[in-house]
Design a binder for this molecule. Structure first.
Ligand SMILES: *Cc1c(COP(=O)(O)O)cnc(C)c1O
Length: 382
């Protein structure tokens, strides 16, 4: 009996992520307050409190809360009046480029650098056209872009910079909150992210006037009872989401230290395996350990990324291939000149080699070691 139970435990399915939630009883008093005061949305008290607390926590001047990260991105482009063509990365989640599509903007895909997988500033200038108005980079996996170099190019050519910082909650880089780079940054608080409000997101900006404009745009463009300043959208966060955010924030520290222990175990155990590349730890950065991507060199490791992915699945370990396929491979974008694989050789290679290993705060170190053993001994398991 005992053996059987142990065996089942060994074979528990492990998924790439599992959302963090506080104890329900901690959340109930917040719900009671909402039911009592009947403020459900429209910049209610929890919404205001979470905006203030997050600004302090993230080390940024202003936060505007959104119902999700994608609408934050779509709205951010409207805030800056971005039009024409925008330089962006193909190595991200589809929402990055979809936000351009929803604004009738043409994406110009530029290749990434091979160390972290972020937009390569060396390749940006060659892609700029007279219609280019902005750069939309992603700090992919939470590893900081070369923000100073990107800003230098933006300043010379008069471009805006909007960061998709969906992976970057809580990250500090070069002594400050990572969302201080660029003109605007957007965050996602989706269930799968390190900090979640079930669904949710935010725009970070640097000055009060921009904050006002963002808040008008996320509420139909209303700047007063009878004034509509733009064809705004409805992308406000509601009070339940904001209340959950306040509770989640209290547990953020514990969550990140558990994630850190997991990431350090993976790094230690996997670094020496031939044919497996682990991304280096970026300099002067406090990470949030959101993802643990590894890159498989088939020749050196012995089997391909897809074979490893399937083998892990057979062993009840469900990884994800973030980011494969590249955004530029999807049918609505693949006809673009800049989407051609020969324009994007490094992104194409990384998308073919990447696999993201399970990483969430409740994942036990035993399970981490079980995953590591599968990767080390794949030839015995195939
Ligand atoms: C999650 C994610 C988004 C979208 O956020 P949602 O809150 O799910 O809408 C955008 N960009 C990137 C890079 C993401 O990972």
């Amino acid at each position: 009996m005992k053996n059987k139970r142990e065996k089942t435990k060994m074979n528990n399915p492990i998924y790439v992520t599992q959302p963090s939630l506080p104890e329900l009883k901690e959340f109930i008093p917040y719900l009671e307050k909402i039911w009592r005061n009947k403020r459900l949305t429209n910049n209610g008290p929890f919404h205001q409190q979470l905006e203030k607390e997050l600004a302090g926590f993230l080390g940024v001047p202003y936060v505007s809360l959104f119902t999700n990260g994608t609408l934050a991105l779509v709205t951010a482009l409207q805030v800056m009046r971005i039009t024409g063509e925008v330089i962006t990365t193909p190595y991200s989640f589809v929402a990055t480029t979809h936000s351009l599509w929803w604004n009738n903007i043409k994406p110009l895909f530029v290749d990434i650098e091979s160390e972290f997988g972020n937009l390569d500033p060396e390749k940006i200038e060659a892609a700029i056209t007279p219609k280019t108005t902005a750069i939309l980079p992603v700090h992919v996996y939470g590893n900081p872009c070369k923000a100073n170099h990107i800003q230098q190019i933006a300043d010379i050519y008069g471009l805006k910079v909007i960061y998709d910082a969906a992976h970057c909650f809580g990250i500090k880089h070069l002594g400050q909150g990572i969302c201080n780079f660029g003109d605007l940054s957007i965050l996602s608080f989706h269930a799968t992210k390190v900090f979640n409000t079930m669904e949710g997101g935010a725009i970070v900006c640097h000055d009060e006037n921009t904050k006002k404009r963002i808040d008008y745009l996320k509420n139909f463009g209303f700047a007063g009872e009878t004034t509509v300043m733009a064809p705004g959208i409805n992308s406000k966060m509601n009070e339940m989401q904001a209340a959950l955010g306040l509770v989640q924030l209290k547990h953020y520290g514990e969550n990140i230290s558990k994630r850190k222990a997991i990431a350090e175990t993976y790094r230690k155990e996997l670094q020496a395996i031939k044919g497996i590349r682990v991304i280096p730890e970026p300099e002067q950065t406090d990470s949030n350990y959101a993802y643990f991507p590894i890159f498989i060199n088939k020749k050196e490791y012995g089997i391909s990324r897809n074979q490893l992915y399937e083998m892990l699945k057979q062993n009840n370990i469900f990884c994800r291939r973030y980011f494969y396929p590249l955004i530029s491979e999807f049918p609505m974008y693949k006809g673009l000149e800049s989407a051609k694989p020969n324009n994007l050789p490094i992104a194409t290679k990384m998308a073919k080699e990447v696999i993201c290993l399970p990483l969430f705060s409740e994942l036990s170190i035993d399970d981490v070691l079980r995953i590591v053993q599968c990767i080390k001994n794949y030839n015995k398991l195939l």
